[in-house]
Write a protein that binds this ligand. Structure first.
Ligand SMILES: *Cc1c(COP(=O)(O)O)cnc(C)c1O
Length: 376
């Protein structure tokens, strides 16, 4: 044995990787967890037992195979995948975002998205050595269409990401604005990814337009996930696009990217979709209740939401220390939310609240009321 302690030499690691920080997951033990858009509900006990039996009977000795095909068929049916389109599974949409970057990483390629937005678009692009360009949203969280079109003309991004609804602002963009962006990107054969992670809570989907007008949407990829549906721990995302896209993207996908466990959980959830759909209805109902309650707290401005999260702006402290103060005070009350106030200038003074169950939202409303009253 060598007695000298040797320190690893990391020079083979790329500088871009060294410059990044790993995705930070906040510690949450013992807290009311309203920071990550998780579904607050677990499975009813009888379904837990049933799922346990299903999982126990899986052939773990085999690579994933028929179960994956069965899940795909279920999803095609569930989503209503239009003729001429196909579906591809991912280990969460996070993996699909990475695979898109891999598939498009030509020299000088650019990925573009409005900001503030989902952090993985930028992170995945940078990791793969693509250039990332962010275009600020307007103060009212709408797309700045002239700025978007100018940036698209200038950079000719291979991929434009539009989260529909957006994270963290929780709004749907105007359809006309999206159409103009798709039209502009289609001119030079780029692709627009519509990320509908929040579809279970949203009043609109781009899928009907893809079905009704496939030629206008030939350069569109729709992305969804079961994470916000209630399966964040099972890791299952999917994309839908006209078949030639899926054919190419399938070449980049690792052959066994979705485990038999992920697939069996997802299949089980789709078989019992009524349970999950009822949960989504409950969350939407709670969302409206939370919105009204927060409107009645002086010093708070909640923003209307099409997702299972809500932005709230704290108008108390012009120095912008207010968001951090309220974030910390909520922690003292045992409630964890996300402080997004430093993420982007348009989010100044904002916290992002995940919509929980009534047993979670009640203490949140009460705590915010107390905290705001004390700060006045
Ligand atoms: C949460 C979220 C995802 C992540 O999906 P996973 O399937 O859990 O990887 C993707 N896009 C947006 C906009 C999200 O908010």
């Amino acid at each position: 044995m060598n007695s000298k302690q040797s320190v690893p030499d990391l020079r083979v690691i790329r500088d871009e990787v060294k410059a990044l920080s790993a995705y930070h997951v906040q510690s949450s033990s013992g807290m009311i967890k309203l920071d990550a858009m998780e579904n607050p509900f677990t499975l009813p006990a009888d379904l837990q037992t049933q799922l346990g039996q299903t999982l126990g009977a899986l052939e773990f000795n085999r690579y994933p195979g028929p179960g994956i095909e069965a899940l795909k068929a279920q999803l095609v049916d569930y989503v209503g995948v239009p003729a001429g389109h196909d579906l591809m599974l991912g280990n969460g949409s996070d993996e699909l975002i990475s695979l898109l970057s891999v598939a498009c990483m030509k020299k000088g390629a650019v990925v573009l998205a409005p900001e503030p937005g989902f952090v993985m678009y930028a992170m995945s692009a940078q990791l793969m050595g693509l250039t990332y360009v962010g275009v600020p949203l307007r103060e009212d969280f709408e797309l700045d269409v002239p700025k978007m079109l100018d940036a698209i003309d200038l950079h000719k991004p291979c991929i434009v990401y539009l989260a529909y609804p957006n994270n963290p602002t929780a709004n749907l963009w105007e359809a006309g604005a999206i159409e103009r962006i798709i039209e502009r990107v289609s001119r030079y054969a780029g692709v627009v990814v519509l990320d509908e992670a929040y579809a279970p809570f949203s009043g609109d989907s781009w899928l009907s337009r893809m079905r009704d007008d496939p030629s206008a949407n030939a350069q569109v990829i729709l992305m969804r996930t079961l994470s916000k549906f209630g399966l964040a721990g099972a890791r299952l995302g999917y994309l839908v696009a006209q078949s030639p896209w899926v054919e190419e993207l399938n070449k980049v996908r690792p052959p066994y990217n979705v485990s038999v466990l992920n697939a069996a959980c997802a299949s089980f959830a789709l078989e019992h979709r009524a349970v999950f759909e009822a949960q989504a209805e409950q969350i939407k109902w709670e969302r409206e209740r939370l919105f009204t309650a927060l409107q009645n707290i002086s010093g708070l401005t909640p923003y209307a939401s099409q997702a299972n999260m809500m932005l709230v702006r704290l108008g108390l402290d012009p120095s912008d220390a207010g968001a951090q103060k309220v974030f910390e005070a909520l922690k003292v009350h045992g409630i964890l939310v996300k402080n997004v106030s430093k993420m982007h200038p348009v989010l100044k003074g904002c916290l992002r609240l995940t919509i929980g169950s009534s047993e979670e939202n009640d203490p949140l409303i009460k705590a915010l009321g107390l905290i705001c009253a004390q700060m006045h």
